[in-house]
Design a protein around this ligand. Structure first.
Ligand SMILES: [Zn+2]
Length: 226
């Protein structure tokens, strides 16, 4: 199935969200840039589509300065944490339920609009304007309108990595999925070592790398001394 231009645009935003979620610490010098980027993330979640009815939710980004002013450093960190949680829910459950943030006013709005003069009026729901709710709603909208299927948002199967990533194609059945070739290789190596370990003591003795640790040797010595 051919991917449409609006889908490409939303998919790019999902890719960015995943990248953002993987950042370890949000360096002070980069925070302002990230806040501006988040405004784009919200802005681009509404009214992308060429087709009527593509968006039944309106996510007003508002003015850039006002938005950036509302995203304090604390909120940026909270947004980062919430995006991480949301992506994990998409990857692990193929399901994400957004709740309005505590800072949000409780209002949810309904509005009707004709996107183009020859379009019919459509109804949309909008949530209150607080940056955390806006960003999470934007994430949901980008995922929805990117054309992604449930099996394509994945978590790396190598324990210790656990990274969220997007598969390019639908996965093969019964196969573990890894975020990168590096992880696939590490996992294969681990499986190989585990198999070798099971082959038993004979092999262990022959392998100098598997000699008992200094620690264990010390304990054995102690026992002997008693
Ligand atoms: Zn990985």
């Amino acid at each position: 199935m051919k991917i449409t231009d609006p889908e490409v645009a939303h998919l790019q935003q999902v890719h960015w969200a995943i990248q953002f979620a993987q950042e370890m610490d949000l360096e002070k010098s980069r925070r302002d840039l990230l806040k501006i980027r988040l405004h784009e993330f919200v802005r681009e979640s509404s009214f992308h589509g060429a087709s009527p009815g593509e968006h039944q939710v309106f996510n007003p980004a508002g003015d850039l300065e006002a938005f950036v002013g509302l995203v304090t450093d604390d909120r940026l960190i909270e947004i980062h944490r919430e995006i991480k949680k949301a992506l994990a829910a998409f990857a692990d459950e193929s399901f994400f339920a957004m709740e309005l943030s505590e800072k949000a006013s409780k209002r949810v709005g309904f509005q009707w609009q004709a996107l183009l003069p020859h379009y019919r009026f459509g109804q949309s729901v909008s949530i209150s304007q607080d940056p955390i709710s806006q960003v999470l709603l934007a994430l949901g909208l980008h995922v929805e309108h990117s054309g992604l299927t449930g099996e394509r948002i994945r978590r790396c199967a190598r324990s210790g990595c656990d990274r969220i990533f997007l598969r390019e194609r639908a996965p093969q059945k019964g196969r573990d999925q890894f975020c990168s070739l590096a992880c696939a290789r590490l996992a294969a190596k681990r499986r190989y070592l585990e198999r070798e370990e099971k082959k038993g003591a004979k092999l262990t003795r022959a392998n100098p790398l598997r000699a008992p640790s200094a620690d264990r040797r010390a304990k054995t010595k102690k026992k002997r001394n008693r």
